[in-house]
Design a protein around this ligand. Structure first.
Ligand code: AMP
Length: 281
């Protein structure tokens, strides 16, 4: 079964009768294989899967791409239906809030902040972004009441922040981190890749290639030689940052750590591309 809900009342009615397990996949739409892989996992693990499509204004700063963010609802619904058809006895609900007050009702003031993680790495360049993400995710959890929620490791810092949100607010939902889906070129799939020309997409592969080279250095040589390689690459000013963090605490990594995540951000014109790779020693 495939349904579209636009209002909170739809969910109140649904929860009043529902006894089934619920998986939740929050998205901003313009769906690609990365998003669909999260939906597939949710369909495998739950009886009902809810996928939301909502371009959340509170996670965009004033100078960012809120108004131009790609919106492709018809194509998105086709992709969701195709995946649902592979699971004929599972239900999919697509949540498309009918207006801003569905998510942020008049008088809404439950703004969440995760100060220990929101100003580093991506947060250094986008200081209000992660509080907007945490705020909307908490609100979406309250509406959809999932047992499990699925997030891509593509946005690694976001995943760590959502886990922190759940711990801090004592939310009753299991957070599942899912692998990064890539183009054959290695470029991590992203809705913002739509802003790139073919030549720029080719250029963008430098990000995953560089992260792979640094990961190999860290894996096969030393932490110090990986840092040297980072410093050499940072001479290319199109890298906004390249860093090695502890993949669990998200603190800057120390040589004696054993679980690492290498994170990078590469800029092409106005588009900031994100990627990362985990290394376990
Ligand atoms: P977005 O629509 O960009 O907010 O992304 C919605 C969800 O899809 C987030 O949990 C993202 O991390 C995840 N996602 C986006 N791109 C990818 C990808 N290439 N591989 C896996 N998950 C992804």
């Amino acid at each position: 079964m495939f349904e579209i809900y636009n209002t909170n009342q739809h969910f109140i009615d649904f929860h009043n009768s529902n006894k089934k397990s619920i998986g939740f996949v929050p998205t901003m739409g313009n769906l690609h294989q990365g998003h669909i892989s999260l939906l597939e996992k949710s369909l495998q693990e739950n009886e009902v899967s809810i996928l939301s499509i909502y371009v959340n204004p509170t996670q965009f700063a004033k100078n960012e791409d809120l108004s131009s963010y790609p919106r492709t609802l018809e194509e998105d619904l086709d992709k969701i239906k195709k995946m649902q058809e592979r699971f004929p006895n599972k239900n999919v609900i697509v949540f498309i809030p009918e207006n801003e007050t569905t998510i942020y009702p008049l008088g809404f003031n439950d703004f969440v902040t995760i100060p220990e993680l929101n100003q580093v790495s991506e947060g250094e360049i986008r200081p209000t972004h992660f509080d907007g993400v945490a705020t909307v995710v908490k609100r979406l959890f309250a509406i959809t009441k999932p047992n499990k929620a699925y997030f891509g490791k593509k946005d690694y810092q976001q995943l760590v922040i959502i886990k922190k949100l759940v711990e801090k607010e004592n939310l009753n939902v299991e957070i599942i981190g899912m692998p990064i889906i890539r183009e054959p070129s290695g470029l991590a799939m992203s809705s913002r890749n739509n802003y790139l020309s073919l030549i720029e997409k080719e250029e963008a592969t430098i990000l995953s290639k560089t992260l792979n080279t640094i990961a190999a250095e860290l894996q096969n040589n030393s932490f110090e030689s990986a840092i040297d390689l980072i410093n050499t690459n940072l001479k290319n000013k199109k890298f906004n940052y390249l860093e090695i963090r502890n993949s669990e605490s998200f603190e800057l990594a120390k040589a004696y750590d054993s679980n690492f995540v290498l994170l990078g951000n590469y800029q092409i014109q106005q588009t900031r591309l994100l990627d990362n790779i985990e290394v376990n020693k």
